[in-house]
Write a protein that binds this ligand. Structure first.
Ligand code: ZN
Ligand code: FE
Length: 256
Protein backbone atom coordinates (compact mmCIF):
# COMPACT_ATOMS: atom_id res chain seq x y z
CA UNK A 1 0.00 0.00 0.00
CA UNK A 2 1.41 3.37 -0.94
CA UNK A 3 1.37 6.05 1.71
CA UNK A 4 0.05 9.55 1.13
CA UNK A 5 2.75 12.12 0.38
CA UNK A 6 2.87 15.67 1.75
CA UNK A 7 5.18 18.31 0.28
CA UNK A 8 5.97 21.60 2.05
CA UNK A 9 6.35 24.55 -0.33
CA UNK A 10 7.88 27.80 0.99
CA UNK A 11 6.10 30.86 -0.46
CA UNK A 12 6.53 34.64 -0.08
CA UNK A 13 8.83 35.51 2.85
CA UNK A 14 7.68 33.03 5.51
CA UNK A 15 4.46 31.31 4.34
CA UNK A 16 3.99 27.61 3.64
CA UNK A 17 1.67 25.90 1.18
CA UNK A 18 1.33 22.11 1.18
CA UNK A 19 0.59 19.49 -1.44
CA UNK A 20 -1.22 16.35 -0.27
CA UNK A 21 -0.97 13.51 -2.81
CA UNK A 22 -2.80 10.21 -2.77
CA UNK A 23 -0.71 7.83 -4.92
CA UNK A 24 -3.49 5.22 -5.07
CA UNK A 25 -5.77 7.54 -7.09
CA UNK A 26 -3.41 10.30 -8.29
CA UNK A 27 -5.50 12.93 -6.51
CA UNK A 28 -3.56 15.97 -5.28
CA UNK A 29 -4.73 18.82 -3.06
CA UNK A 30 -3.02 22.09 -2.25
CA UNK A 31 -3.67 23.66 1.13
CA UNK A 32 -3.54 27.47 0.82
CA UNK A 33 -2.12 29.41 -2.12
CA UNK A 34 0.10 32.26 -0.93
CA UNK A 35 1.60 32.40 -4.43
CA UNK A 36 0.71 30.30 -7.49
CA UNK A 37 4.14 30.07 -9.12
CA UNK A 38 6.04 27.86 -6.64
CA UNK A 39 3.02 25.55 -6.43
CA UNK A 40 2.77 25.18 -10.21
CA UNK A 41 6.53 24.49 -10.34
CA UNK A 42 6.24 21.76 -7.69
CA UNK A 43 3.24 20.11 -9.40
CA UNK A 44 5.09 20.13 -12.73
CA UNK A 45 8.30 18.77 -11.21
CA UNK A 46 6.40 15.84 -9.71
CA UNK A 47 4.00 15.31 -12.62
CA UNK A 48 0.99 15.59 -10.30
CA UNK A 49 -2.46 16.78 -11.43
CA UNK A 50 -4.12 19.25 -9.10
CA UNK A 51 -7.62 18.08 -8.11
CA UNK A 52 -8.42 20.09 -4.95
CA UNK A 53 -7.63 23.63 -3.70
CA UNK A 54 -8.33 23.99 0.05
CA UNK A 55 -8.49 27.44 1.68
CA UNK A 56 -8.02 27.82 5.46
CA UNK A 57 -8.91 31.52 5.86
CA UNK A 58 -9.36 34.77 4.00
CA UNK A 59 -6.04 36.53 4.65
CA UNK A 60 -4.30 37.59 1.44
CA UNK A 61 -1.12 35.64 2.21
CA UNK A 62 -3.15 32.39 2.11
CA UNK A 63 -5.43 33.02 -0.88
CA UNK A 64 -3.90 35.48 -3.32
CA UNK A 65 -2.75 32.80 -5.80
CA UNK A 66 -5.99 30.78 -5.86
CA UNK A 67 -7.52 32.19 -9.04
CA UNK A 68 -4.27 32.02 -11.05
CA UNK A 69 -3.54 28.49 -9.80
CA UNK A 70 -7.02 27.30 -10.74
CA UNK A 71 -6.76 28.95 -14.17
CA UNK A 72 -3.43 27.18 -14.80
CA UNK A 73 -4.03 23.77 -13.21
CA UNK A 74 -7.75 23.36 -12.48
CA UNK A 75 -8.92 21.95 -9.17
CA UNK A 76 -12.12 22.28 -7.16
CA UNK A 77 -11.94 25.16 -4.66
CA UNK A 78 -13.06 24.36 -1.08
CA UNK A 79 -13.46 26.98 1.65
CA UNK A 80 -15.69 28.17 4.46
CA UNK A 81 -19.19 28.88 3.14
CA UNK A 82 -19.86 31.48 5.84
CA UNK A 83 -16.83 33.46 4.57
CA UNK A 84 -17.60 33.13 0.85
CA UNK A 85 -18.04 36.90 0.46
CA UNK A 86 -14.36 37.55 1.25
CA UNK A 87 -12.80 34.39 -0.23
CA UNK A 88 -11.92 33.60 -3.87
CA UNK A 89 -14.83 31.97 -5.73
CA UNK A 90 -15.69 28.69 -3.98
CA UNK A 91 -16.87 25.54 -5.74
CA UNK A 92 -17.65 23.78 -2.44
CA UNK A 93 -18.80 25.62 0.68
CA UNK A 94 -17.67 23.97 3.91
CA UNK A 95 -18.64 24.18 7.57
CA UNK A 96 -17.41 22.47 10.72
CA UNK A 97 -18.17 18.77 10.76
CA UNK A 98 -18.14 18.38 6.97
CA UNK A 99 -16.18 15.52 5.44
CA UNK A 100 -14.97 15.05 1.90
CA UNK A 101 -12.53 12.82 0.04
CA UNK A 102 -9.22 13.47 -1.67
CA UNK A 103 -8.89 10.21 -3.55
CA UNK A 104 -8.98 7.55 -0.85
CA UNK A 105 -8.21 10.05 1.94
CA UNK A 106 -10.99 11.48 4.10
CA UNK A 107 -10.75 15.13 5.14
CA UNK A 108 -12.54 16.35 8.28
CA UNK A 109 -13.33 20.05 8.63
CA UNK A 110 -12.88 21.88 11.94
CA UNK A 111 -13.73 25.51 12.67
CA UNK A 112 -10.66 26.89 14.47
CA UNK A 113 -11.56 30.58 14.51
CA UNK A 114 -9.81 33.11 16.72
CA UNK A 115 -7.07 34.47 14.44
CA UNK A 116 -10.00 35.49 12.23
CA UNK A 117 -13.61 34.39 11.93
CA UNK A 118 -14.36 31.33 9.80
CA UNK A 119 -10.82 29.92 9.95
CA UNK A 120 -10.91 26.23 9.02
CA UNK A 121 -8.47 23.42 9.78
CA UNK A 122 -8.34 20.30 7.60
CA UNK A 123 -7.72 17.04 9.44
CA UNK A 124 -6.63 14.03 7.37
CA UNK A 125 -6.48 10.99 9.66
CA UNK A 126 -5.24 8.74 6.84
CA UNK A 127 -2.15 10.94 6.51
CA UNK A 128 -1.83 11.60 10.29
CA UNK A 129 -1.99 15.28 9.35
CA UNK A 130 -3.81 18.44 10.37
CA UNK A 131 -3.47 21.60 8.26
CA UNK A 132 -3.91 24.39 10.80
CA UNK A 133 -2.57 27.54 9.03
CA UNK A 134 -2.71 30.44 11.53
CA UNK A 135 -4.57 28.68 14.37
CA UNK A 136 -2.20 26.23 16.10
CA UNK A 137 1.36 26.94 14.93
CA UNK A 138 4.73 25.42 15.84
CA UNK A 139 5.31 26.66 19.43
CA UNK A 140 2.70 29.34 18.89
CA UNK A 141 -0.72 30.33 17.64
CA UNK A 142 -2.05 33.05 15.38
CA UNK A 143 -2.61 36.57 16.62
CA UNK A 144 -6.26 37.36 17.48
CA UNK A 145 -7.39 39.78 14.78
CA UNK A 146 -11.12 39.04 14.94
CA UNK A 147 -11.77 36.42 17.61
CA UNK A 148 -11.71 36.36 21.38
CA UNK A 149 -9.25 34.48 23.60
CA UNK A 150 -12.10 32.15 24.64
CA UNK A 151 -12.77 31.33 20.99
CA UNK A 152 -9.11 30.64 20.20
CA UNK A 153 -8.72 28.53 23.34
CA UNK A 154 -11.73 26.47 22.23
CA UNK A 155 -10.22 26.11 18.75
CA UNK A 156 -6.84 25.03 20.14
CA UNK A 157 -8.62 22.56 22.43
CA UNK A 158 -10.21 20.86 19.40
CA UNK A 159 -6.78 20.42 17.82
CA UNK A 160 -5.25 19.29 21.13
CA UNK A 161 -7.78 16.44 21.22
CA UNK A 162 -6.55 14.93 17.93
CA UNK A 163 -4.40 11.78 18.14
CA UNK A 164 -0.99 12.82 19.54
CA UNK A 165 0.86 11.36 16.56
CA UNK A 166 -0.85 13.92 14.28
CA UNK A 167 1.57 16.19 12.43
CA UNK A 168 0.63 19.89 12.51
CA UNK A 169 1.11 21.67 9.18
CA UNK A 170 0.90 25.38 10.07
CA UNK A 171 1.05 28.35 7.75
CA UNK A 172 4.26 30.21 8.62
CA UNK A 173 7.89 29.79 9.62
CA UNK A 174 7.59 31.73 12.90
CA UNK A 175 9.05 29.04 15.12
CA UNK A 176 12.36 30.64 16.11
CA UNK A 177 10.69 33.80 17.43
CA UNK A 178 7.90 31.72 19.01
CA UNK A 179 10.62 29.74 20.79
CA UNK A 180 12.21 32.85 22.28
CA UNK A 181 8.81 33.84 23.65
CA UNK A 182 7.93 30.34 24.90
CA UNK A 183 11.13 30.35 26.97
CA UNK A 184 9.84 33.41 28.89
CA UNK A 185 6.61 31.61 29.88
CA UNK A 186 7.87 28.10 30.58
CA UNK A 187 11.63 28.51 31.24
CA UNK A 188 12.16 25.32 33.26
CA UNK A 189 10.39 22.92 30.88
CA UNK A 190 13.10 20.43 29.81
CA UNK A 191 11.15 19.39 26.68
CA UNK A 192 10.98 23.03 25.62
CA UNK A 193 14.68 23.60 26.28
CA UNK A 194 15.69 20.65 24.11
CA UNK A 195 13.18 21.59 21.41
CA UNK A 196 14.60 25.12 21.20
CA UNK A 197 18.06 23.65 20.62
CA UNK A 198 16.65 21.56 17.74
CA UNK A 199 14.86 24.56 16.28
CA UNK A 200 18.01 26.68 16.35
CA UNK A 201 19.92 23.90 14.61
CA UNK A 202 17.23 23.48 11.93
CA UNK A 203 16.98 27.20 11.23
CA UNK A 204 20.78 27.59 11.10
CA UNK A 205 20.71 24.91 8.37
CA UNK A 206 17.77 26.71 6.68
CA UNK A 207 15.48 23.72 7.32
CA UNK A 208 11.73 24.24 7.91
CA UNK A 209 10.45 23.56 11.44
CA UNK A 210 6.96 22.84 10.04
CA UNK A 211 5.31 20.34 10.34
CA UNK A 212 5.60 19.58 14.03
CA UNK A 213 4.25 16.68 16.05
CA UNK A 214 1.14 17.30 18.17
CA UNK A 215 2.55 15.40 21.18
CA UNK A 216 5.58 17.70 21.10
CA UNK A 217 3.33 20.76 20.84
CA UNK A 218 1.30 19.56 23.83
CA UNK A 219 4.51 19.24 25.85
CA UNK A 220 6.13 22.53 24.78
CA UNK A 221 3.73 25.06 23.21
CA UNK A 222 2.80 27.56 25.95
CA UNK A 223 -0.51 28.40 24.23
CA UNK A 224 -1.59 24.75 24.51
CA UNK A 225 -0.39 24.60 28.12
CA UNK A 226 -2.65 27.36 29.48
CA UNK A 227 -4.44 24.63 31.46
CA UNK A 228 -1.22 23.63 33.31
CA UNK A 229 -1.45 24.71 36.98
CA UNK A 230 2.27 25.58 37.12
CA UNK A 231 1.99 27.97 34.19
CA UNK A 232 -1.16 29.59 35.60
CA UNK A 233 0.60 30.03 38.95
CA UNK A 234 3.72 31.56 37.39
CA UNK A 235 1.49 34.16 35.70
CA UNK A 236 -0.32 34.93 38.97
CA UNK A 237 -3.50 33.28 37.67
CA UNK A 238 -3.91 30.20 39.86
CA UNK A 239 -7.52 29.00 39.76
CA UNK A 240 -8.32 31.14 36.70
CA UNK A 241 -9.98 29.33 33.79
CA UNK A 242 -7.59 28.14 31.10
CA UNK A 243 -9.05 30.62 28.61
CA UNK A 244 -8.06 33.47 30.95
CA UNK A 245 -4.51 32.09 31.25
CA UNK A 246 -4.43 31.73 27.47
CA UNK A 247 -5.54 35.37 27.13
CA UNK A 248 -2.65 36.49 29.34
CA UNK A 249 -0.09 34.46 27.36
CA UNK A 250 -1.46 35.83 24.07
CA UNK A 251 -1.37 39.42 25.40
CA UNK A 252 2.27 38.99 26.48
CA UNK A 253 3.19 37.58 23.08
CA UNK A 254 1.58 40.57 21.35
CA UNK A 255 3.93 42.85 23.34
CA UNK A 256 7.00 40.59 23.09
ZN1 ZN B 1 -3.69 34.72 8.63
FE1 FE C 1 -0.94 34.02 7.56
Amino acid sequence: MSEPQIVTIPCLSDNYAFLLHDPATGSTAVIDVPDHEPIIAELDARGWNLTHILITHHHWDHVQGVDQLKAAKGGTVFGCGADANRLPALDVRLAEGDRFEIGDLTVEVLDVSGHCDNHLAFVVPGAKAAFTADSLMALGCGRLFEGTPEQMWQSLSKLAALPPETMIYSGHEYTASNARFAATIDPDNPDLISRIAEIDKARAADQPTVPSNLAVELATNPFLRADEPDIAASLGLSDAPASRVFAEIRARKDKF
